[in-house]
Design a protein around this ligand. Structure first.
Ligand SMILES: Nc1ncnc2c1ncn2[C@@H]1O[C@H](COP(=O)(O)OP(=O)(O)OP(=O)(O)O)[C@@H](O)[C@H]1O
Ligand SMILES: [Mg+2]
Length: 403
C-alpha cells in the first residue's frame, strides 16, 4: 500500500515540528509506538519515513534505540518485547542504510530484489524426498545447497552437503559419525547441542557412472553468518566488544564436545563458526575433520582447509594428535583474525585492551601443553576479565549492512 494522504500530512507536520524545534515526534515515542511501527512496517521507509540521509537515519535510530533498548527494561516483564523491538528496529535501520547507499531509498520496495533461483531438483532416497535448491557454499571438499523435506506435514529447512569427489567421502562419513555420537542424551546435553548442527540424514548419492558421493543432511541455521562472512563485511576487524559474545559461545560449544563427548573439532576456523548477529546464537559446523575419543587414542586431523593454513595450530601442521588445547588455540586465532590483527605475528590493533590481547596470546603459545586446555575454565576467566574491564554485560547487536 502506498503512503496515504494522512501519512503524508503526518510526515509534513512532524517535519514542521522538528524545524520549529519542538522536538517533533520524538517526545511522544515510546516502546509501544515504536513497537507498533517496526512490527507493521513492510519496508524501511515505514520506519524512517522521509529521512533520506545516512546521518539522519543514524540519529533517528539512536533516539529510538535509546527508548527501546532492552537494558532499560532489564528484569521487567517488558524486557523480551524490548529485545524484539530493538532487533527489528536494527534490522530496519540496516535496510534503510542499504537502500540509501544503493540510491533506492524512497521507492518503498523490499531491500533486495529476490535472487534468481535455479530450478529446484528433487532427490529421492528410500526414506525421504529432498527438494534441493540454491548452492550456498563451495567449501573445501564439499558443496553445500539449501534444501528442504517434509515429514508429518512439517517442512524442515536443511543444508544438503555433498562431497565434491568420492575420494572425500570418508571425511563426510566422519562428520556424520561424529554428529551422531554427539546427539544429546539428556536435558543438560540438549542445552549445549544448540551449538551444533543437527544431523538429519546421511546417504550415498549414486551417479549414472555408478560412483557414489556422500551426502549429509544438516539442520540449517537461518539468519546465521560465518565469522568469515562477517570479516568480509568488516575487513579491518570488528570491535572487541562485538567479538566477546561470539568467543564465549564458541568456548561453550567446544567445552561441551571436549568434555561430554570426547571429541576435538580440529578445524575451528572463521568458515566453521556461525553466529547470529542479533540473537547472539552460535553454531560450530563442519565436523568432517573432527577427532573422536581424543583422550583414548592419538587420532589425527586428516585434511586441512587450505585457505586458512595460517590459522592452524602447529601440532596439526606437524601431523601430531590434536587435543582440546588445539581447538582453543584456533579459537584464539579466530579472535586475532576477527579483531583485525595479524594472524602470522598475533599482533592485535591498539583498540583491543592489553589484557584481552594477553588473554588470547596465552592460548596461542607454540607449546601445546603450555596452553590452556579447559574451555569451561577459560570461559570463566574470560568473564571475570570482562567484568573488571568493561563492567556488566550490555547487549550489542552486530549489523551486517550489505546482507
Ligand atoms: N548448518 C548450516 N547452516 C548454515 N550454513 C551452513 C551450515 N553448514 C555449512 N554452512 C555454510 O557452508 C559453508 C561450508 O560448509 P562446510 O564447512 O560444512 O563444508 P565444506 O568445507 O565444503 O566441507 P568439508 O567438510 O568437506 O570440508 C560454511 O562455511 C557455512 O557458510
Ligand atoms: Mg569447511
Amino acid at each position: 500500500v502506498e503512503g496515504s494522504v494522512e501519512d503524508e500530512q503526518r510526515v509534513v507536520l512532524e517535519r514542521l515540528r522538528e524545524l520549529a524545534g519542538l522536538g517533533g515526534v520524538m517526545s511522544k515515542e515510546d516502546l509501544d509506538s515504536i513497537g507498533r511501527r517496526v512490527n507493521s512496517a513492510t519496508v524501511p521507509e515505514d520506519v524512517f519515513e522521509n529521512l533520506s540521509q545516512l546521518h539522519d537515519v543514524a540519529m533517528r535510530y539512536k533516539q529510538y534505540a535509546r527508548l527501546v533498548h532492552p537494558d532499560r527494561f532489564s528484569g521487567t516483564s517488558q524486557e523480551p518485547r524490548a529485545k524484539d523491538v530493538f532487533v527489528k528496529l536494527t534490522m530496519w535501520k540496516e535496510q534503510a542504510e542499504t537502500k540509501i547507499r544503493a540510491g533506492t531509498y524512497g521507492d518503498r520496495k523490499p531491500v533486495a530484489p529476490p535472487t534468481p533461483k535455479m530450478g529446484p531438483s528433487v532427490i529421492k532416497t528410500p526414506k525421504r524426498e529432498y527438494v534441493v535448491s540454491d548452492l550456498v557454499a563451495t567449501g573445501d571438499l564439499a558443496d553445500v545447497y539449501k534444501a528442504s523435506f517434509t515429514e508429518d506435514s512439517k517442512t524442515f529447512e536443511v543444508m544438503f552437503k555433498v562431497s565434491q569427489s568420492p575420494a572425500d567421502n570418508d571425511l563426510l562419513e566422519n562428520e556424520s559419525r561424529v554428529l551422531t555420537a554427539m546427539y544429546p542424551k539428556d536435558q543438560v546435553e540438549e542445552k549445549f547441542y544448540r551449538y551444533l548442527p543437527k544431523l538429519y540424514d546421511t546417504f550415498a548419492l549414486r551417479s549414472p557412472s555408478r560412483t557414489a558421493r556422500r551426502v549429509n543432511i544438516l539442520q540449517r541455521a537461518p539468519g546465521y553468518f560465518s565469522l568469515a562472512e562477517i570479516k568480509k563485511e568488516y575487513p579491518r576487524g570488528i570491535d572487541f566488544r562485538d567479538f566477546v559474545w561470539m568467543y564465549k559461545r564458541l568456548l561453550a560449544g567446544i567445552g561441551y564436545v571436549h568434555q561430554h563427548k570426547d571429541v576435538v573439532h580440529g578445524a575451528i576456523l572463521p568458515s566453521h563458526v556461525l553466529v547470529h548477529p542479533t540473537e547472539h546464537g552460535a553454531k560450530i559446523v563442519d565436523w568432517s575433520y573432527a577427532v573422536p575419543e581424543w583422550s583414548k587414542q592419538a587420532g589425527k586431523v586428516k585434511a586441512l582447509s587450505k585457505p586458512y593454513k595460517a590459522l592452524y595450530a602447529p601440532e596439526i601442521l606437524d601431523r601430531k594428535p590434536p587435543t582440546p588445547e588445539t581447538d582453543l588455540y584456533m579459537a584464539s586465532k579466530c579472535a586475532v583474525f576477527m579483531l583485525g590483527g595479524n594472524v602470522e605475528t598475533n599482533q592485535m590493533p591498539d583498540s583491543v585492551p592489553r589484557q584481552v590481547q594477553a588473554f588470547f596470546s596465552s592460548c596461542l603459545l607454540k607449546g601445546q601443553s603450555r596452553r590452556p586446555g579447559d574451555a569451561w575454565k577459560l570461559h570463566e576467566e574470560f568473564d571475570d576479565l570482562l567484568q573488571r574491564l568493561v563492567g556488566p554485560r550490555k547487549y550489542r547487536p552486530l549489523s551486517m549492512p550489505t546482507r
